[in-house]
Ligand binder design. Structure first.
Ligand code: NAD
Length: 319
């Protein structure tokens, strides 16, 4: 199952998230994920494991398990490289780490321009802005970054371009000046953060949505986020468990199906092969209206990946 993008390319509805894949295991995990049927891999400069993920991808290609054309590889431009003169420089590092000659999708990771850090100084730079723990912005309007992203498509280095963690207002502004509209918006999305209005509007503009952190607090518990630890897990939620029992599926599958049923792509991450396989098979059952209404009641507008809370700094992104 796939989603047809406004760029003319197709994106698989279910992919494999690469955030927090450890460097020593990532190559094997990606290789095994391709073996069980994953075709989309969601990467980012910031994940610090593109070399290893590229190793897994290239091993599978070399062994003839899959061809490059059958794969859909996403990466994301980190905040330190928003200046138009650094966008291609950043992408070139992504391509050389992944050992690929093009990306299927390149996203602006956050609508936040941090001060540039040369690759030789620190890579990936994370929140480092060249000045110890101090955070510095860079004065680059998003449209300028976007125009540099468009050039990557023209050069054939990237097939589709998109955005992540953008609000409706920022997207509307971007559309005013974009020659190539974003193909995809990637956002945090789970029953505690449903964002119905944003999703409806974005889809009405022909922009596809990818959901991240589909299991809500789960991914942030391992980061010791107090907010996530204090929030009841969605896997143990009575409504989700009841729906899972009714369909003979796991709570994780219900959470993923709830999104894919509305044409929202998902990119769950699992180190466990059984779960990875389970997560891939989430299109062959249908939640009914009653299930959807029950899940609707769980919305709390609760965001776990919130730049307002990064690094104890207040970073105004209004997402
Ligand atoms: P996720 O929602 O995929 O959750 C991962 C957690 O759920 C892990 O602890 C995993 O062990 C567990 N899990 C996975 N499958 C399970 C199953 N079937 N049953 C029980 N537990 C299961 O979280 P995520 O990693 O935050 O998001 C997925 C991907 O989205 C990331 O890997 C990354 O690629 C992307 N992402 C993007 C952004 C962004 O800013 N654009 C932010 C966060 C994540």
């Amino acid at each position: 199952m796939s989603i047809k993008l406004n760029s003319g390319h197709s994106m698989p509805l279910v992919g494999f998230g690469c955030w927090k894949l450890s460097n020593n295991l990532a190559a094997d995990q990606v290789y095994n994920a391709i073996k069980v049927g994953y075709r989309l891999f969601d990467e980012a400069q910031d994940y610090g494991n593109e070399k290893e993920v590229g190793e897994g991808i290239n091993r599978a290609i070399k062994e003839g398990i899959v061809s490059r054309d059958e794969l859909f590889i996403t990466s994301k431009l980190w905040n330190s490289f928003h200046d138009p003169k650094h966008v291609e420089y950043a992408l070139d590092r992504v391509l050389s780490d992944l050992n690929l000659n093009y990306l299927d999708l390149f996203l602006i990771h956050f609508p936040i321009a941090q001060k540039f850090v040369p690759i030789d100084e620190k890579y990936p730079p994370g929140f480092y802005c060249g000045d110890g723990n101090k955070f510095h912005f860079e004065d680059v309007p998003l449209l300028d970054t976007w125009k540099a992203m468009e050039k990557l498509v023209e050069k054939g280095k990237v097939r589709s371009i998109g955005i992540s963690n953008f609000s409706g207002a920022l997207i509307q502004d971007l559309l005013r000046g974009a020659k190539i509209p974003p193909a995809v918006l990637q956002i945090e999305h789970h029953p505690y953060l449903q964002q119905d209005r944003l999703i409806q509007w974005v889809q009405s503009k022909g922009i596809a949505i990818t959901a991240y952190s589909s299991f809500g607090p789960q991914s942030f518990i391992e980061l010791e986020s107090k907010k996530a630890i204090d929030t009841p897990t969605l896997f143990e939620n009575n409504a989700i468990k009841k729906i899972a029992d009714k369909h003979g599926k796991s709570p994780a599958q219900v959470l993923l199906r709830w999104a894919t049923q509305r044409d929202i792509a998902v990119i769950p991450k699992s180190n466990n092969p059984d779960r990875a396989l389970q997560n891939l098979n989430v299109a062959e059952f249908t939640l009914d209206d009653e299930d959807v209404q029950e899940i609707k009641k769980l919305d709390k507008e609760l965001r776990f990946n919130d730049p307002w809370e990064w690094n104890n700094e207040h970073i105004p992104t209004f997402i």
